[in-house]
Design a binder for this molecule. Sequence first.
Ligand SMILES: Nc1ncnc2c1ncn2[C@@H]1O[C@H](COP(=O)(O)OP(=O)(O)OP(=O)(O)O)[C@@H](O)[C@H]1O
Ligand SMILES: [Mg+2]
Length: 227
Amino acid sequence: MITVENVSKTFTLHNQAAAVIPVMEGASLQVAPGECVALVGASGAGKSTLMRMLYGNYLAASGRIQIGDVDVASAAPREILDLRRHVLGYVSQFLRVVPRVPTLEVVAEPLLVTGVAQDPAFDRARGLLARLNIPERLWSLSPTTFSGGEQQRVNIARGFAYDYPALLLDEPTASLDATNRAIVLDMIHAAKARGAAIVGIFHDDAARAQVCDREIDVAGFAPRDAA
Ligand SMILES: Nc1ncnc2c1ncn2[C@@H]1O[C@H](COP(=O)(O)OP(=O)(O)OP(=O)(O)O)[C@@H](O)[C@H]1O
Ligand SMILES: [Mg+2]
């Protein structure tokens, strides 16, 4: 479902004498449907960078990033938007939302944009928010003022609203209490059981061990000419 081949990435710092920083070279990995693969490696090794390249937020300098039948590394912007609608979900580390949009709508939106009718979309959103213990009195408010853990759970509800065949999870359990952490791990298990291919970053070793089938150390993708 996900095939990464020989991907490299450099950052050019235009505001710092155009310094060119190589961060990754020869990154390759494969994730099959129903499998969860963990990206591991020291802080700064490039885990989030690789995940952002998979999502098409960062452009790869070279290589191939095949997700379903789209090569994210060379796809046109509208192909990437279409992929994000129907194939590739992403739970980023921090929730980013348009101010004043109610939580219920934030969660239902991925369904609404794929053409699901309002009633089933909002029903599903309510079900996810309830399951993730977001108090009902908050559903009509914007999540911008929510606590860190509440925002993270809204982000997870949104990321799991649509049954994406491929899913990227950046630290989905980082600021959760034990109860909610267990619920999220259950949701990841269920996504695997329905055949989702998942790439995850988990600083929590126990959480990673519970849901991931394999680990890939991004230190193996360190550029050779970097100090
Ligand atoms: N937009 C950017 N511009 C310049 N350098 C960047 C940018 N994004 C990431 N980097 C650099 O790329 C390297 C990898 O960063 P990345 O965020 O991928 O690390 P990480 O493995 O996710 O670390 P952590 O575990 O701390 O989240 C770092 O040296 C970082 O400074
Ligand atoms: Mg990171």
